[in-house]
Each structure stands twice: as C-alpha cells, then as structure tokens.
Design a protein around this ligand. Sequence first.
Ligand SMILES: [Cu+2]
Length: 141
Amino acid sequence: MKFILISVFTFLFLNVSVSKEVIIDMLNKRDDGQKMVYSQDVAQIDVGDTIKWLPTNKGHNVEFLGGPEGYNLPSKSGLNKEVSITFDKPGVYLYVCTPHKVMGMIALVVVGGDVSNKDAISKIKMMGRGKKKLANLLDQI
Ligand SMILES: [Cu+2]
C-alpha cells in the first residue's frame, strides 16, 4: 500500500513538473549575428508547455499565421508587449513579427513532436526573406 501511494504521488509530482515555460526573446540582433529574429527559430515543446515571448528589444510583436487544424489562432500582440501562450494541441505553428516578417522575423513552434500539418504550414504565403526562411525552417523539422 505504501509503495502504491508513493508511486501515485511520484506520478502526480512528475506530471505537474513536466509542464514547463520556455522564454523566447524578440531581438534586433541575436548572438549569431542574425538581425530581426526571435531567440529561437524552432521551439520544440511538449503538449501543455507555455511559451513566453519577451519584448527584449523594442518594435516587435507576435502574430500567429498558422497552426494545426481546428486551432483558433490568437489575435496578434501589440508591439513591445509580453505574450504568453500555452499549447495544448500538438502540431506545427508559424508565427511572425508583423513589421519584420518580410525581413525574415518568423519562427516555428513544434508541439509534441507532431509535424503532420507541416504541408499546410508550407503553403502559407510569405514574402521576401520570410519566404526563404520558412522553407529553411520547415527543412529543420
Ligand atoms: Cu520585429
């Protein structure tokens, strides 16, 4: 009995601690020299995890352009605003910075390792460097 109780508590504890928060910065320049980028191009997270975007540099936001089928895209954030989203649905998500998407300020979130909607994401119309970068990022997942 004692063993079962310990097992149950361990399971509950692990289950709670598994959900994590990932921080992504909105940057004018990243350590690798890339300009107008998020600190992570591809964020691989688990179902139930939260991503918090910080307006580390000014003039950026987060606008979702695509996600798994049935997902209601969140409304785009205001410039210089912190954004926090919890992802409960597995799949690939594409988000961009509204003013800089043409310059390639775009990124992906992959939830639960599920890339089954990758094709749908690849069909989202992008322009300029954003277009090239989307193809490049999709190649990485
Ligand atoms: Cu931007």
